[in-house]
Design a protein around this ligand. Structure first.
Ligand code: ADP
Length: 464
């Protein structure tokens, strides 16, 4: 029976950065992943390939704008080439990960297989060449999440984001019509891209707002008003069933008044949430708590069972790749410290970005949260219509908003809507994570012209 110091179930963001740290510290580590590659769903079918496609859509939109200005001639998109670009990015990154794995040395290896838990120290791995049973001193469960389909008749007719974004995906052409179930971040991001590529897109959402529960309702409303009105969004409209038609699918939903309506489309994308993937045999570790949100872990990623950690999407704390990476590093440090909680993750200080167009991003506590928590808030903002960078791109819509604790002007949160929101939010995030004040941001001389100047300008509204 092979003996290791640490075994990770999964080799995504919740596993491999920590695995490399542990290997460098002299630990013998095995990562087990059924895909046989590192980086999990993020690179396989999620963040990276979807942004590779989204950036092409944004490029097209920008070209069209400059065409309207009379600067550029005709622009057309060849979607097969968009997919080829996405595939190229994925393959490039897989190659890079292979090199990183080689460079990490003999202490760490990646095994292609499905892991099953026999007990906290014993893991069966089903590989193409039969079962291997590992004995491990520590276990990091980083088995991630997958798409949850809606529980309705005809759900097997759904496509998921995987069909669009995985390597060599099923969808190779722009559909004439696309129905999207769910106005969460995956549904909206995809709706926005295909609307730009020329699909007629309709979205149904059972809740009264877009991005329900994902961002401050004030921000969700700002985005709702900024989305291209060509994308038809039906709120308070639950999915009833899906049926096959000659050309594609017919999606039945109920209007807020309870009337049944239909959308005929080439495809229906079901973006109805992601659920944690809990490895088989989890019940063989008594003391581990599994809820609908996933495997319970504290801020140190400990499950309450000595030497057993749950990192990344599977613990349900923040289902984002960069959160998983941070969590895997925490687990690694705490293992090296002899299973003591020397490092903790501050989930509140991890930014979230939604790559719609315009894009939005948030971090920390907003006014709505602060009011609930009884924290006095001071709020400052800067409109992007006055930002030089936004003006250069002709993308004037949006704002940067920073929330301060009124008692000491510490930055407790912020949001950005508009150009490069996903970049700018990191600066506000660093301020939240490190307890910086409005003065710290106001006194930093951000490069000109860059969108970051608007963070400084927002902060300057709070200080002399
Ligand atoms: P995270 O970002 O939290 O690491 P991901 O979903 O990106 O999550 O990655 C988790 C990886 O774990 C995926 O590649 C998935 O296929 C793999 N995986 C899930 N369950 C098992 C299992 N029982 N055995 C092996 N690999 C698994």
């Amino acid at each position: 029976m092979p003996q290791v110091d640490v075994l990770t179930i999964g080799a995504g963001g919740g596993a491999y950065p920590g695995a490399f740290m542990l290997a460098a510290a002299g630990y013998k580590v095995v990562m087990v992943d059924e895909k046989g590659v590192m980086s999990g769903n993020c690179l396989y079918e999620g963040c990276i390939p979807s942004k590779a496609v989204r950036e092409m859509a944004l490029a097209l939109l920008r070209k069209k704008k400059f065409q309207d200005y009379g600067v550029l001639g005709d622009v057309k998109v060849d979607y097969k080439k968009v997919v080829a670009h996405k595939d190229w990015v994925q393959e490039l990154r897989y190659k890079q990960h292979d090199e990183e794995l080689r460079e990490a040395g003999e202490n760490v290896s990646l095994v292609k297989g499905v892991a099953e838990i026999i007990d906290a120290r014993t893991i069966r791995v089903k590989t193409d060449n039969g079962d291997v049973i590992y004995n491990t001193k520590n276990l990091i469960i980083a088995s991630g999440s997958d798409s949850a389909l809606p529980p309705v008749e005809g759900k097997e007719l759904c496509i998921t984001s995987s069909d669009i974004f995985r390597l060599h995906p099923k969808i190779q052409d722009v559909p004439d019509t696309l129905a999207v179930v769910g106005a969460g971040y995956i549904g909206l991001e995809t709706a926005v891209m295909f609307n730009i590529f020329g699909s007629k897109v309709e979205v149904i959402e059972m809740m009264p707002t877009i991005l329900p529960g994902a961002v401050d309702p004030v921000l969700a409303d700002m985005l709702y008003k900024s989305l291209d009105p060509q994308i038809k969004i039906h709120l308070n409209s639950p999915l009833k069933r899906i049926e096959k038609t000659e050309k594609g699918v017919r999606v039945h939903y109920a209007t807020p008044e309870g009337v049944e309506k239909t959308i005929d489309a080439d495809y229906v994308l079901c973006a109805t949430g992601r659920r944690p993937v809990v490895p088989k045999g989890i019940e063989n570790i008594p003391g581990i708590k599994v809820t609908k949100k996933g495997i319970e872990a504290d801020e140190s990623m400990m499950t309450g069972v000595q030497g057993v950690y749950a990192t990344g999407d599977v613990n349900g704390q923040k289902m984002l790749f960069h959160a998983a990476v941070r969590m895997s590093m925490t687990a690694a440090r705490n293992i090296v410290a002899g299973n003591r909680p020397v490092d903790k993750v501050d989930v509140n200080a991890i930014p979230s970005v939604i790559y719609t167009i315009p894009e939005i991003a948030t971090v920390g506590i907003t006014r709505t949260d602060a009011q609930k928590m009884g924290i006095p808030v001071q709020e400052v903002s800067f409109p992007l219509e006055k930002d030089a960078w936004a003006q250069i791109y002709g993308e004037l819509e949006g704002e940067i908003r920073i929330f301060l604790d009124k008692r000491n002007q510490r930055v407790i949160g912020g949001w950005v809507i508009g150009i490069d929101a996903g970049m700018v939010i990191n600066m506000i995030g660093l301020a939240v994570a490190r307890g910086l004040t409005a003065r710290d941001l106001a006194d930093f001389a951000d490069a000109h012209p860059s969108i970051f100047e608007s963070v400084q300008k927002a902060a300057r509204n709070a200080v002399f």
